[in-house]
Design a protein around this ligand. Structure first.
Ligand SMILES: Cc1cc2nc3c(=O)[nH]c(=O)nc-3n(C[C@H](O)[C@H](O)[C@H](O)COP(=O)(O)OP(=O)(O)OC[C@H]3O[C@@H](n4cnc5c(N)ncnc54)[C@H](O)[C@@H]3O)c2cc1C
Length: 275
């Protein structure tokens, strides 16, 4: 899970290990051999050859857009450097009357981005001579459906660092959440990155049960410019997993509590109590 922050991958790996899955990272598959009827993968790790016996192999190393054999070459439809059909923000190829959406166009390879682009392609094809609509990829969520589920929208820490973007982190541990405890699923976290000193969400990573569903509140907030104060001021049903979002907003709020005012209030109430 190279695109996620290190602690996200560590949590998932810890769970895999608990379940008896032997996760071998930094192993390069070199060769499959059959020796004395036994199937063996020869892999390289730290300069050494490692032998891994197996029953079945499932190769899941990603996929490439199909851009050959159905007229793309003959028409001369331009390809992007990533070997997808090159499209502009209106989903048009270099032929303005030929549109492309989904995996074949990229830049994302998700069902929800394909559906999103499809609306723009259809509406622009039908009404483009009057008004054209541009796709906007500023808020794209996704989930990795492992257990515990991993969900993300916007920046994580490694993205922010790579792009030199300053951020603050507010993390709420789902092990504290009543519903997660009642469900026997008290693990994971909600991690929110915000602009330092501002109530502006840069990105959110959630690890835990139904993380992808929990994320929707933050996707809405980011899309419509709502901050953590708005999430904190929204009543969430007790006991639900969704309360984790509110508590994460609460962590941010506590980190920004006006200490001088609180000190003054402390003195005021001490005075009222006569102490
Ligand atoms: C194992 C796996 C798990 C995934 N899980 C998720 C997930 O959880 N969430 C998510 O959002 N996305 C997921 N995806 C990605 C998602 O499936 C794709 O992003 C989505 O299907 C893209 O839709 P599409 O219409 O662009 O392409 P496709 O769904 O691939 O549709 C393209 C169609 O075109 C057909 N076709 C290709 N060439 C020709 C031709 N020459 N003539 C006629 N027909 C042709 C194909 O047969 C296919 O039916 C997953 C993908 C894989 C492989």
């Amino acid at each position: 899970m190279a695109r996620e922050d290190a602690e996200v991958s560590a949590l998932v790996q810890a769970r895999f290990n608990q379940e008896g899955v032997d996760v071998k990272v930094n192993h390069t598959a070199k060769q499959f051999v059959i020796e004395n009827g036994e199937k063996i993968l020869l892999a390289e790790h730290d300069g050494q050859t490692v032998r891994i016996a197996f029953d079945q192999v499932l190769v899941a190393i990603g996929r490439a857009a199909n851009v050959q054999g159905y007229g793309v070459e003959e028409l001369g439809i331009a390809l992007s450097p990533r070997k997808t059909l090159d499209t502009n923000p209106f989903q048009q190829t270099n032929y303005p009357n030929i549109y492309a959406v989904g995996d074949v166009a990229g830049p994302y390879q998700f069902t929800h981005t394909a559906a999103y682009q499809a609306w723009y392609a259809a509406v622009n094809a039908l009404f483009g001579q009057f008004k054209k609509f541009r796709t906007d990829y500023s808020v794209i969520p996704w989930s990795t459906f492992v257990d515990p589920e991993v969900a993300r929208v916007g920046l994580n820490e490694q993205d922010a660092q790579a792009q030199g973007i300053a951020y603050e982190v507010s993390t709420y541990g789902i092990d504290d959440l009543d519903r997660a405890i009642a469900d026997g699923e008290a693990h994971g976290f909600v991690k929110v990155l915000t602009v330092p000193g501002k109530d502006k969400i840069l990105g959110v990573t959630i690890v835990g049960e139904h993380a992808g569903d929990l994320l929707a509140e933050f996707v809405l907030a980011m899309k419509h410019g709502l901050g953590l104060n708005k999430i904190l001021g929204t009543i969430h049903t007790y006991p639900t997993l969704a309360e984790a979002n509110k508590y994460a907003a609460g962590v941010w709020k506590r980190n920004h509590a006006p200490q001088r005012v609180l000190t003054w209030l402390g003195r005021y109430h001490a005075w009222r109590r006569g102490t």
